[in-house]
Design a protein around this ligand. Structure first.
Ligand SMILES: Cc1ncc(COP(=O)(O)O)c(C=O)c1O
Length: 337
């Protein structure tokens, strides 16, 4: 039995999701004539209590568009040193928007209001880049699926208001945070100017992300998406998968979280595991006294697949296609080491 814990992006659509895809009514979304995409956008905008939402092919493109909407070339954004927008979007921040990043040495990919405040360049000091945007990530990917304390988010919002900064959330895995913390989409909509959410990670669709925001930012979003090459035609088939996922696959994320915690408990008992990071959601990051590659190869021989993250860290990600049967087998393989 193959057990693939490399990422929650490896899932394949279920028969029910495929049925929703096949049944979708579609049109040309570049002309905004795709009823299913329009319905998805309206549904998600309402869910977050925001003016508008726009469907994007990927989370990276949704984040990059948001950065473009908030900034001018030469300006600077503030983010944690682990931020996906900085580390894993191909340098898009500088390529697409001509913006630099002030990186904060946060905790598990999360930053505080005090750290943000201390990182803002004085706007009248024309030698340094003008700070114009703060980007948070929730849950954090490289930070091991960690969830923000919502009160800290509110404090950061206040700092943004005081200093006239845009506030963007990379919510690729926001669904996981909402389920883990019992929070609501509206709570998040009220704090951020723009939010990107992914449908193709924990929620299990083949592709797609949505950028949500206030009209004043979103007015230009469709133009920026076009510039980035993200205008799509009969994409209602994918939007239908998104609607299905929103209606059926959010609450079940709790199962992924439970399994991740159970894996963590077993890892803690293994003599060669030197550290297991706290597990808030579906990502398990741990270190061993073996060489990274050695453990990955040993496990691959047992058909268990996962990634190393550098600096001796290894990562398991639980997801929709990681079944109870696979979970039992993995636990027994780990215990057998
Ligand atoms: C936190 C975070 N943001 C954004 C993305 C980008 O999503 P995509 O792969 O759809 O571009 C990812 C992908 O893993 C992610 O983990």
């Amino acid at each position: 039995m193959k057990i693939d814990l490399r990422s929650d992006t490896i899932t394949k659509p279920t028969p029910e999701m495929l049925e929703a895809i096949v049944q979708a009514e579609v049109g040309d979304d570049v002309y905004k004539e795709d009823p299913t995409t329009n319905a998805l956008e309206e549904k998600i905008a309402n869910l977050f209590g925001k003016d508008q939402a726009l469907f994007f092919p990927s989370g990276s493109m949704a984040n990059q568009a948001a950065i473009k909407l908030h900034t001018q070339p030469g300006e600077q954004l503030i983010a944690d040193k682990y931020a996906h927008v900085y580390n894993y979007e191909g340098g898009g921040v500088s390529f697409n928007s001509g913006v630099s990043c002030k990186l904060i040495d946060g905790r598990r990919g999360m930053i505080t209001a005090a750290q943000v405040e201390a990182s803002i360049n004085p706007p009248d000091f024309y030698h340094s880049p003008l700070t114009s945007l703060v980007c948070l990530e929730n849950t954090t990917n490289k930070g091991g699926g960690a969830c923000y304390d919502f009160d800290e988010i509110k404090k950061i919002r206040k700092v943004c208001d005081t200093h006239n900064l845009g506030f963007h959330l990379d919510g690729a895995r926001l669904w996981n945070a909402l389920v883990a913390r019992g929070e609501s989409t509206k709570q998040y909509g009220a704090q951020f100017d723009t939010i990107s959410v992914c449908l193709s990670k924990g929620l299990g669709t083949p592709m797609g992300s949505v950028l949500i925001g206030d009209a004043k930012y979103m007015e230009n979003a469709i133009r920026v998406r076009k510039v980035l090459g993200g205008g799509m035609r009969q994409v209602g088939y994918m939007a239908a998968a998104g609607i299905y996922a929103i209606e059926n696959n959010i609450e079940r994320l709790a199962e992924d979280h439970k399994k991740a915690k159970e894996i963590g408990k077993v890892l803690e008992t293994l003599s060669f595991v030197t550290n297991v990071e706290p597990i808030d959601t579906n990502i398990v990051i741990f270190s061993t006294d073996k060489k990274e590659e050695e453990f990955i190869t040993e496990m691959a021989k047992k058909d268990v697949h996962f990634y190393g993250m550098g600096q001796g860290k290894l990562r398991f990600v639980t997801h929709l296609d990681y079944t109870d049967e696979m979970h039992e087998r993995l636990i027994s393989i780990l215990k057998g080491f």
